[in-house]
Design a protein around this ligand. Structure first.
Ligand code: ZN
Length: 565
């Protein structure tokens, strides 16, 4: 299958100049004009109430996938999924908590049982593998739960947590450089805990993140089903034995956990803010019980291909990706339960579709082949992209780069652009050129604490050693009355992962058109440059994932973080 596709790409590149679409001259520095009307048309379809929030495994998602496939076909692209179809199928399993089955109790040093109250003190999801989970174990506080030899930092120094439940702050110390802060905030934490023999986890927010994301929002977010993908043999991916389960604690739950520790909640928060919280066993034992059901569902990525025009480069691929799924029907906010996901990520898909249309019309078409990848299961932890990156429908070593799109906010026009990940590889050159070509400047990550680089689908490619970049509008508003980044900040605060992420939010047509041009130019520059994109020498992510000498670079397939845009 994999071999077939690359051969098709090669032969098409040579023999197929004429797709049934009007051709347009391509000039490397000049982007075609894009029309915000066309972007809006896609967004209004994909974010319509009829699609019921495009949850992975639902009819609403399947309709959205069919729409994307038809749009690609109309633009003159070729199917590049399983067996010559537009779709790459994958099986997912939902870990569903049996209602009212979660019980958690703390036993204090003096033998008292302290009941933890469901949803007031703690939350947990269902298991992906077990019908019943039972944990009885001592609890050890491990700071942020991070071991970062490159930074001389180890929350586990001198601690043995074998058979323990570990308790830790989410995130990473603020003084970590932003890449390391992102990496160590994510899944690496759980891998570290599993390596050390922990059997359960309790996580909680720092003071700052608790202020930013109220507990009520976390409670609602937990109603969205957790999922994993299954391999061909039906094995659940991303499990980390011996960890059997974990819970998230509210500030109230954390206060209870500190019983007998001699520390107040505020002192404990201060420790995290100092960047060097002091790890230590806590004088409590945890007992946790839950029952779970596992529900399997089929879903699919949409995969299309535009064959490259240069016979020497056409067997190499640049992947243009974005997630098509969102959160479905969920907990009510202001009388609305339909999570339309207009910005997250109908807008990213709309930009991809318009870029795809123009790429197919261009003459000559891009030198390398382009893969269009609309993925499922992003909201459940980058499932679709992780599956594709593990089982690509073209040879993986021929994928030279990934350009991802997720949740571009066009609330107002900006003079700058953020290229997440560009600083790690030679992709910074085409990103800079593309920005300059339309009069925008590249700005550094304005929200390092959001660790955005590891939170969307580009990270699935990065984990396979493939350089990736992910563009977002910047924070420098054209309008002097608009605050720095007010569009994105307002969105994150009021509409992110809520039913109000719908088509009536502010939308600046010019900003949307320029951003689409930018993605077109970037993709074109990466696809046309005869030099293959490369990680910078000594780059943190490049060394971690693309260096064959590093065990992490051959890590088994997994999902990524639990929290993703
Ligand atoms: Zn998203």
């Amino acid at each position: 299958m994999k071999q077939c596709l690359s051969l098709i790409a090669l032969s098409l590149a040579i023999s197929l100049p004429a797709l049934n679409v009007a051709a347009r001259d391509a000039d490397a520095d000049q982007a075609p004009e894009f029309d915000a009307q066309a972007l809006r048309a896609h967004i209004e379809f994909l974010a319509d109430d009829l699609l019921e929030g495009r949850l992975t495994g639902t009819r609403g998602y399947d309709i959205a996938a069919r729409y994307v496939a038809s749009s690609l076909a109309a633009a003159g692209w070729l199917p590049a999924g399983d067996d010559g179809s537009w779709f790459q199928n994958l099986s997912t399993v939902e870990g569903k908590l049996v209602e009212d089955s979660a019980v958690m109790t703390l036993r204090t040093a003096d033998g008292q049982d302290l009941p933890m109250v469901w949803q007031e003190d703690f939350l947990l999801g269902g298991s992906y593998a077990d019908a019943e989970t039972r944990i009885d174990a001592p609890v050890t506080f491990v700071g942020f739960g991070i071991t970062a030899p490159d930074l001389g930092y180890d929350d586990y120094a001198d601690l043995d947590v074998t058979g323990h439940v570990i308790a830790y702050f989410s995130g990473a110390p603020e003084d970590f450089p932003s890449d390391q802060r992102a990496y160590y905030s994510g899944r690496s934490k759980l891998e570290n805990a599993a390596r050390r023999g922990a059997i359960g986890t309790l996580s909680f927010s720092t003071r700052k993140s608790a202020e930013k994301r109220p507990w009520e929002d976390i409670v609602k977010a937990y109603e969205s089903p957790g999922m994993r993908w299954l391999d061909a043999d039906g094995n659940v991916q991303g499990l980390l034995p011996p960890i059997r389960g974990g819970a998230t604690l509210s500030p109230a739950g954390l206060s209870k956990l500190l019983t007998g520790s001699g520390q107040t909640l505020e002192q404990f928060y201060d420790g995290a803010e100092s960047g060097r919280p002091k790890s230590a066993p806590l004088p409590v034992e945890l007992s946790l019980y839950r029952r779970s059901e596992q529900i399997t569902r089929e879903s699919h990525n949409v995969v299309g291909m535009l064959p490259g025009s240069d016979p020497a480069l056409a067997d190499q691929y640049v992947v243009l990706s974005g997630h098509l799924d969102h959160l479905g029907i969920g907990p009510e906010y202001d009388g609305d339960t339909n999570y339309n996901g207009a910005y997250d990520n109908a807008t990213g898909i709309a930009v991809m579709l318009e870029v795809a249309k123009e790429l197919a019309r261009s003459t000559p078409r891009p030198a390398r082949s382009i893969l269009f990848l609309a993925v499922t299961g992003e909201e459940q932890g980058l499932l679709g992209s992780d599956y594709f990156a593990n089982y690509p429908t073209v040879p993986r070593d021929k994928i030279v780069a990934n350009v991802n799109l997720d949740m571009p906010i066009f609330a107002n026009a900006t003079t700058d652009i953020v290229a997440f990940g560009a600083e790690h590889s030679s992709l910074v050159e085409p990103a800079t050129q593309a920005a300059e070509a339309i009069g925008l400047t590249l700005a550094p990550d304005p929200l390092p604490e959001e660790v955005i680089f590891i939170r969307s689908d580009q990270y699935s490619f990065v984990r396979q050693g493939i350089p990736a970049v992910y563009l977002m509008p910047g924070f420098s508003s054209v309008d002097p009355d608009s605050n720095e980044g007010s569009g994105l900040v307002d969105f994150l605060k009021n509409h992110y992962h809520k039913p109000s992420d719908e088509t009536d939010l502010p939308f600046d047509a010019g900003a949307a058109e320029r951003f689409t041009q930018l993605n077109y130019l970037l993709l074109r520059a990466v696809a046309d440059d005869p030099r293959r994109p490369a990680w910078n020498a000594g780059d943190f992510f490049g060394d971690l994932f693309a260096n064959p000498a590093n065990p992490a670079s051959s890590a088994s397939p997994t999902g990524a973080t639990s929290q993703s845009p």
